[in-house]
Design a protein around this ligand. Structure first.
Ligand code: IPM
Ligand code: MG
Length: 357
């Protein structure tokens, strides 16, 4: 089969990790007899440098015309002085909205080979965990009304958390469908003891849940959830939550897997076209030094094959190569930490994974 993939390399380590995943995709295409065509587009700080705009029109058009999008990361101190409307992060929100990607799947699982890299106490880590965070991605406080105004005590700033019933219904459906293919358990996370938007969230998730009698549904307040994720991560199967809570909890969940450098994500809408990106940022401090961990991006490419192209065995092959890489004791700098293992460079990791593939 033939697919057109738009590449948004972005900033910092973005280009090197995307290039690594592209090599792995090329090898996968060779092995299974497919053809992937790659077209790069500008986004984030590098787009500002080249065109003055963080999300050029051509990038949006190119992504809309592609079968799927692979993104590295955006942002860096160089662009911190940009106005809010032209910050690299704004491009990320812009492309998510432009492509209608309201679902963000963020799997966080503990590889048995990485139990020692997890900061969890060993009796907790030894239970393992495999969590799928379903984060709402185009609503809530990220997209609500915001601004500055004069209040009683002078200048004020505000951001608004707003969810329509429709937005909650569609993300809840994704969560239940996802759970049906896994362990049939959904925990919906909100702050309904305080927020009205959370009360609508909870009500609506339960309404949708009635259509999935086989799925066990429960609710958890976000502060408790932050605690439970480190206390007993094995209790979670599918988590469904709002844009901001999902942002925060997915970083927390990533850390207990050993490194944020391991976690991929898929952003999906109502078509097959998705955008795939690691959940970590652009790590400007290590950019260009050939020491970033490309695994989250490689696993994101695997998610693209699975969710957008329906190439299950091809995705399985990439996942298995990553498993083997870890099982055989190879480590990237972030995973090696203070151990005696000599970490592999980005290009060495890529070569090794391709060889294992
Ligand atoms: C993420 C990131 C983004 C987000 C930022 C860079 C806008 O943290 O993808 O998790 O908050 O969604
Ligand atoms: Mg984040």
């Amino acid at each position: 089969m033939e697919f057109n993939i738009a590449l948004l390399r972005g900033d910092g380590i973005g280009p090197e990790i995307v290039d690594s995943a592209v090599e792995v995709l090329k090898k996968t295409a060779d092995k299974f007899g497919h053809k992937f065509n790659f077209t790069p587009y500008l986004i984030g700080g590098s787009a500002i440098d080249a065109t003055g705009e963080c999300l050029p029109e051509e990038t949006v058009k190119g992504c809309l015309a592609s079968d799927s999008v692979l993104l590295g990361a955006v942002g860096g101190p160089k662009w911190d002085s940009q106005p809010p409307s032209n910050r690299p992060e704004k491009a990320l929100l812009g492309i998510r909205a432009a492509l209608g990607l309201f679902t963000n799947l963020r799997p966080a699982k503990l590889y048995s080979a990485l139990k020692d890299a997890s900061p969890l106490r060993s009796d907790i880590a030894s239970n393992g965990f495999d969590i799928m965070i379903v984060r709402e991605l185009t609503g809530g406080i990220y997209f609500g009304e915001r601004g500055r105004r004069q209040g009683e005590h002078g200048e004020e700033a505000y951001d608004t958390e707003c969810y329509s019933k429709m937005e909650i219904e569609r993300i809840a459906k994704v969560a239940f469908e996802t759970a049906m293919k896994r362990n049939k358990k959904v925990i919906s996370i909100d702050k309904s003891n305080v927020l009205e938007s959370s009360r609508l969230w909870r009500e609506t998730v339960h309404e949708i849940g009635k259509n999935y009698p086989e799925v066990e549904l429960s609710d958890m307040l976000v502060d408790n959830a932050a605690m439970q994720i480190v206390k007993d991560p094995a209790q979670f199967d599918v988590i469904v939550t709002s844009n901001m809570f999902g942002d925060i909890l997915s970083d927390e969940a990533s850390q207990i897997t050993g490194s944020i450098g391991m976690l991929p994500s898929a952003s999906l809408g109502s078509t097959k076209r998705g955008m795939y990106e690691p959940i970590h940022g652009s790590a400007p401090d290590i950019a260009g030094q050939n020491k970033s961990n490309p695994i989250a991006t490689i696993l994101s490419a695997s998610m693209m094959l699975r969710y957008s192209f329906d190439l299950q065995k091809e995705a399985d092959a990439i996942d298995a190569a990553v498993d083997k890489f870890l099982e055989q004791g190879f480590r990237t700098a972030d995973l090696a930490g203070n151990t005696d293992v000599k970490p592999l460079s980005t290009t060495e990791v890529t070569e090794k994974i391709i060889e294992l593939l």
